[in-house]
Structures are given as structure tokens and as C-alpha cells.
Design a protein around this ligand. Structure first.
Ligand SMILES: C=C(O[C@@H]1C=C(C(=O)O)C=C[C@H]1O)C(=O)O
Length: 350
């Protein structure tokens, strides 16, 4: 087992490779011509130097990454159940705005907080390093804090003129998979996201939209639609990030300055970390991959936070959304317990 460096960043990609960078990092407005840079944005894309260039980097298989870092113990964490009061008030304000036709959908976030008996950094890195595809492990660690997770959501990946993206929205427990498949409210929530992405891609080149499918993540299922485009003309990563982020999976529909400001205000009322639901990417050898930072842990020394968001539309009900938020947080807590078996290592943690 390796001790994690003081500062590091990593992103696992859908082909089972992971790019791992070690700090210190140099911040830049643009990615370098060659080599590697991580794109670390907050939700509002406020940084003028979001590119973080590591002092050294490696590209390895996710199994090797797990073997190197997946072993550290997670200290005991004392969780405090989130108070439903503030969320219920935000939910009512959102419902009022939907009835007033301010927007059709938005995505508030609830945060569960815990305190660990010791610093959690190495344990969080280990928990996320053990996760494998279809989850993409990501992390940004700076001294005694950072965030790391294992997300099912690709924002986009770009290689030459090939652009791949996905609509991922609509959630249920795996046991409810059959009724989920015909649930009109969940289908509508998903289609809002898929159609918006299609609209954003119109005119960029030849588009291919795959049929809607169900992505099974063990305890949770989501609707997933894969969309790809052969770009007619090259586009920069920065342009694409601004075009896509936030998709209606994590943001308002329609996305205007006003609807985005309303959501940012609700996020801050509910103490959502600024980098939750944001683009997190890596640029390497002419290829760029970015995920959406969900299903993660934000920490500083012994303090830990698990944020989770839920899409609210006219047909949403408070009790169901509260349950969905808990399910999403539980799926993150499970990362800290689960066992993995790979060719290079067998770790069992219960
Ligand atoms: C916002 C989250 O997840 C997003 C919201 C989903 C939904 O509302 O059904 C499903 C997948 C993600 O796009 C989260 O996990 O915190």
C-alpha cells in the first residue's frame, strides 16, 4: 500500500484507465500543448485558471490504482441525519416557481455531515480508488482536505472530432427497476435532460442518439441515454464545458441567468459545497474526459460531507425526493464498506 501524496488529482475513464497526477500543481487559464492537465471547476465556473498542471503524472489501469491506494482503513464516522426543514422550505419555493412557470426543472442539493475519529483523507481516497466502471473515480486532494467520488455521469469526452456525452437522470432503487421502467414521471425527468442535450448539439455535426436504457449501479438504477457527435469543426474544451454545464441533470431547465441564480441561491442556503455537481476533467495526449462531480465525499481533516441532488419537476413529491436523496447518500457510504476482487488484489472490508 502507498501513502497518498500531499496533493493529488485523478480521474478514471470509461476504458478502465486512470490518470493520476501529483502536486504541487500549477494553475493555468489554458491546458498545456502537451502533457497532462486536470480541469477543476466550481459549479459557477468562476475560476479564470481552472487548469491544474501536475508536477508528475502516470496513466495506469484502475485495478493497479486500487492495488496501490485501495487499502487504507476508513476511520469510524459519526453521521448527523440532515434536517428536512430547510429542504422542505426550498422544495416549496421551487414548486411555487414551477407553478408560476419560472422554470420546468431544477436540482437542489442536501448535504449530510459527519465527524470522524481521525483524519479521513487516505480512507476516502481508498474507498474511491476501489470503484470500477461504470463508475469513474475522481479526486482532488489538497493538503488536509478535498473531494473524491465515483460518479456514473460523464459530462463529455472529446477525442479528435468524436464527442461522446450522456443524459443520466431518473432514479430508483434496484428492487423497483420494473416499475421504474414505466414510470411516466421519471421518464419525463430523463427526457428533459436528453432533449436538452440534443438541442445543444444541433448543428455541431452528425449526431447519434442511442435508445434509453437502464443503468444498474447495484443499489440504484438510473435512465441513461448515450449521445455522440462527429464534430464538423473543432471546438475547444472550454467552449464545450460552457455549452454543457450544468445539464438539466444538475441544473435548471431552461438555463437562464435568472434560473441559474435561483438555483445557486438554494444551493448556498442548503450549504452545498461549491465544487459539487461541477465539471472535473483531464486532458492528456489530445484526449479530454470530464465527469460530473456527484456521488462523492467532501472533507477537511475529520469533517466529512456527502452532498446529493435531486431533480424537481411539477410531478415531484417531497417525501419521494427526500428518500431519493438518502438513497444517493447511502450509495456513497457503501463505497467505504465494499469489497473488491481484482487480478492484483483482493480487499475485503465490512
Ligand atoms: C444530482 C445527483 O444525481 C443526478 C440526478 C439524478 C436524478 O435526479 O434522477 C440522477 C443522476 C444524476 O444525474 C446526485 O447523485 O447527487
Amino acid at each position: 500500500m502507498n501513502l497518498p501524496p500531499e496533493s493529488m488529482a485523478w480521474l478514471a475513464r470509461s476504458d478502465g484507465s486512470v490518470v493520476v497526477g501529483e502536486g504541487p500543481f500549477v494553475s493555468a487559464a489554458e491546458p498545456p500543448e502537451s502533457g497532462v492537465a486536470f480541469l477543476v471547476h466550481d459549479y459557477g465556473l468562476t475560476s479564470s485558471t481552472p487548469w491544474k498542471i501536475p508536477s508528475s503524472y502516470r496513466e495506469i489501469r484502475t485495478e493497479k490504482f486500487a492495488a496501490e491506494f485501495g487499502d487504507a482503513e476508513m476511520p469510524e464516522i459519526h453521521w448527523r441525519s440532515p434536517d428536512p426543514g430547510p429542504f422542505s422550505r426550498v422544495f416549496q419555493e421551487i414548486m411555487y416557481a414551477i407553478h408560476e412557470e419560472e422554470f420546468e426543472k431544477t436540482v437542489p442539493v442536501v448535504v449530510e455531515t459527519g465527524e470522524a475519529e481521525q483524519p479521513v483523507g487516505a480512507g476516502v481516497i481508498a474507498a474511491m480508488a476501489r470503484q470500477q466502471t461504470p463508475l469513474c473515480s475522481y479526486g482532488w486532494v489538497q493538503e488536509n482536505g478535498g473531494f473524491a467520488g465515483a460518479t456514473p455521469e460523464l459530462l463529455f469526452s472529446l477525442q479528435g472530432k468524436h464527442l461522446q456525452t450522456m443524459a443520466l437522470a431518473g432514479t430508483a432503487r434496484s428492487e423497483d427497476r420494473e416499475v421504474f421502467a414505466v414510470d411516466e414521471k421519471e421518464i419525463m425527468e430523463h427526457e428533459y435532460v436528453a432533449k436538452t442535450l440534443e438541442t445543444k448539439l444541433l448543428g455541431l455535426g452528425a449526431m447519434c442518439r442511442k435508445p434509453r436504457e437502464i443503468l444498474n449501479l447495484g443499489s440504484l438504477v438510473h435512465f441513461l441515454t448515450l449521445i455522440s457527435v462527429e464534430l464538423a469543426a473543432p471546438l475547444s474544451v472550454d467552449e464545450l464545458v460552457e455549452r454543457f454545464h450544468p445539464t438539466p441533470a444538475l441544473g435548471p431547465l431552461p438555463r437562464t441567468d435568472r434560473t441559474l441564480a435561483m438555483l445557486k441561491n438554494w444551493r448556498s442556503q442548503l450549504h452545498c459545497p461549491s465544487h459539487f455537481g461541477s465539471p472535473f476533467g483531464v486532458w492528456k495526449d489530445g484526449r479530454f474526459d470530464a465527469v460530473v462531480t456527484i456521488r462523492g465525499i467532501w472533507w477537511h481533516e475529520n469533517q466529512v460531507h456527502i452532498p446529493a441532488g435531486c431533480g424537481i419537476i411539477k410531478a415531484s413529491r417531497l417525501v419521494n425526493e427526500w428518500r431519493e436523496l438518502r438513497l444517493k447518500r447511502e450509495s456513497v457510504k457503501r463505497f467505504m464498506e465494499q469489497s473488491i476482487i481484482s487480478d492484483t488484489l483482493a480487499v475485503k472490508k465490512y
